[in-house]
Write a protein that binds this ligand. Sequence first.
Ligand SMILES: NC(=O)c1ccc[n+]([C@@H]2O[C@H](COP(=O)([O-])OP(=O)(O)OC[C@H]3O[C@@H](n4cnc5c(N)ncnc54)[C@H](OP(=O)(O)O)[C@@H]3O)[C@@H](O)[C@H]2O)c1
Length: 350
Amino acid sequence: MKNVFVNGYGSIGSRITNFIKDDLEINLIGVGKHSPDDKVNVAISRGLKVYIPKKKSDSFSEFKISGTIEDALDECDLVIDAAPAGHGFLNKKNLYEPKGLMAIYQGGETVYGDKAVSDLLFNSRVNYDKGFNKKHVMQGSCNVTGMGRILQPLKEKYGNQLVRFDVTLVRRWADLDETDNEVKDTIEWSENPHQGDDVKSYMGKETPLFLRAIKVPTRQMHLHIMDIRFKDTAPKPSEFLSTFKNEYGVATLYTAKGTKEIRDFADTMNFSFKDTNMIHIHANMVESIQDTVKMMYSDDQTGIVIPENHLLMQAMLFQKEYSKAFKHTEELFHMDEKKKLLEEHFALKK
Ligand SMILES: NC(=O)c1ccc[n+]([C@@H]2O[C@H](COP(=O)([O-])OP(=O)(O)OC[C@H]3O[C@@H](n4cnc5c(N)ncnc54)[C@H](OP(=O)(O)O)[C@@H]3O)[C@@H](O)[C@H]2O)c1
């Protein structure tokens, strides 16, 4: 039994704990909170112990706190950092490294430059084994994880037939549970989006990926619009789509008209947090024209990285064979069943 601590209880930390608290191979010590707000009691009501930074002890006097983050870290084998972007790096330097701890970081951090948290950006479909014997590893962000689920199967099937990938990331403004983050009525564009370099860090820097990103006023998932150019005539949509038939965490939908419809279905089916934990190829939007396949898929921004964290945790803590880790993750996340339900619901009706 290994001891794990989750530092941060926002969109990502709350989801991770919800699943790993039921993992019989893990003792979840508790979660780290930094602000004395309602979420402290939410965590406690879910049976979690809450720990706080030593220097903030006074501001949590009205809450039933179990101790300091510093003390909780002394008890743990691995910490999953779920802090806001950039704070993971600071936590590494100030807390995890001095204590010699293993740590997983989230997608708001970087693997480049002097603020790098690791030299490994994890994507279970591509580099699961590289997590073995690593002390510090970064889990890719939601967009970066989603792109790997498309690019790696294509690379394996079509190899040097692939000439280039041009992607526009249409990013959500905020998450469903971020109610204090106002969704502004504007479209913003990002200069030098990090997602392209992040994908290349695990797919290979020579990957012919060209990317731009905009942010739009929605809380309902990201949408990736991707054009894939082939050396010769591109495959027909049916052949192209068959690549993803048995891919983990990739559902192929024919009748969804928008991202909210998918989340609403997830809600109807009582999927945890209304998450599907996957990407959804919109098969009705796939076209093959001369040398190019044009496609769209939506990406469950909050859910997609949660099973990935669980797989990475098993690689780092237990060096488990991929098939065994995958089976264990599936026992907690039921991704195959979710995929089946989504594909049936959004199938072409005869
Ligand atoms: N949201 C997504 O869709 C998504 C998807 C993939 C990856 N990510 C990445 O996951 C990470 C976390 O994002 P999030 O959306 O979960 O953020 P979030 O909802 O803002 O939650 C951040 C949490 O971290 C806590 N915190 C604040 N300062 C901290 C510190 N120094 N150390 C540890 N925890 C601290 C906050 O505590 P208090 O509330 O108590 O202040 C809060 O519970 C980021 O790197 C982000 O880029 C996010």
